[in-house]
Write a new protein. Structure first.
Length: 312
């Protein structure tokens, strides 16, 4: 099993201030845990490529792309929304974050990797077609899905999003698109307050109550996601991998464990093997408790590599 691990130095240059939870330290924690456990050394490591304007415009409005370019400060920070800031390097980091998913899609379609994990930031699943929000400038997973459709001819793409927050941006971009199936688990009611009760034929909305843990999450995936995925038979599986539903994470009140991320990744891989020739690309979303984030990503990547859960 060849798992590509894509990242880029620009991801560290995007910094929203020392008190902001979406910090470059997140990637440091992931890399340290993966190296310490020997997991990173088992992957095929590579650098992301920068996204093109054409690739962005497949999912974002021209006015949004223009606005992001116009906001880049010469120094310091500029506020994009209530909790999202840009420094002089943020937009370049966002270009490589979206470009990582594009490169990952190319790798699985060209047979260069069985699956891919993109360790990049800023995250993307809150970015809507015409609006940046929730720490996100561009919607990385949506850019990758559109690339798969246009360049590789994918007609059925599944996007699996596990995070403490719902993927409002991904829903905004692909709502009622019969070629994209979105499965999203999240704490309810909770930020971003949009699309929480969405009724779109291609969205499997699975809210979880505060305090929900492993059993509720796994039952939700088995009862709602897997039957929908079997009916849809995706040609490509994409994962928006958020780890802030972990019980140690301060961002929310769900109570998932490291093992749940290994388990759900195995389920996604089963779907990919059955319908998509194993093609699966995952990209980092949330996760703000550094130790829990590192362990959770290790569980996710070990599953991608075909390895058992790490011994506690």
């Amino acid at each position: 099993m060849i798992t590509a691990y894509l990242t880029h130095p620009t991801s560290h240059h995007h910094d929203m201030g020392p008190e902001h939870p979406e910090s470059p330290l997140r990637l440091d924690a992931i890399r340290a845990q993966l190296m310490l456990s020997g997991t990173l050394q088992k992957t095929m490591q590579g650098d992301a490529k920068e996204v093109t304007r054409e690739q962005l415009l497949r999912v974002h409005s021209e006015s949004h792309v223009d606005q992001m370019e116009s906001l880049v400060p010469d120094e310091g920070h500029v506020r994009v929304d209530g909790d999202t800031l840009m420094n002089p390097h943020s937009l370049q980091a966002a270009h490589f974050a979206a470009g990582a998913v594009v490169k990952g899609v190319d790798q699985v379609y060209r047979g260069q990797a069985d699956n891919v994990f993109c360790a990049v930031r800023p995250p993307g699943h809150h970015a809507e077609a015409g609006e940046a929000m929730g720490f996100c400038l561009y919607n990385n997973i949506a850019v990758g899905a559109a690339h798969a459709r246009v360049v590789h001819g994918a007609q059925r793409i599944a996007i699996l999003d596990f995070d403490v927050h719902q993927c409002n941006g991904t829903i905004d971009i692909f709502k009622d698109d019969p070629g994209v199936l979105i499965c999203t688990s999240f704490q309810h009611p909770f930020y971003p307050w949009r699309y929480l009760d969405s009724r779109h034929d291609n969205v499997v909305n699975t809210p979880l109550s505060a305090g929900s843990g492993s059993q509720a999450f796994r039952e939700t995936v088995e009862k709602h996601w897997l039957p929908a995925l079997d009916a849809f038979q995706p040609e490509l599986v994409l994962i928006s991998a958020g780890f802030d539903a972990h019980r140690e994470d301060p961002m929310g009140d769900l109570c998932l464990e490291d093992a749940d991320y290994h388990w759900v990744t195995l389920k996604a891989l089963d779907v990919a093997r059955q319908y998509a020739q194993g093609r699966l690309v995952s990209v980092l979303e949330g996760g703000y408790h550094l130790n829990a984030l590192g362990r959770s990503v290790e569980a996710h990547v070990r599953a991608l590599l075909g390895l058992p859960e790490a011994l506690s």
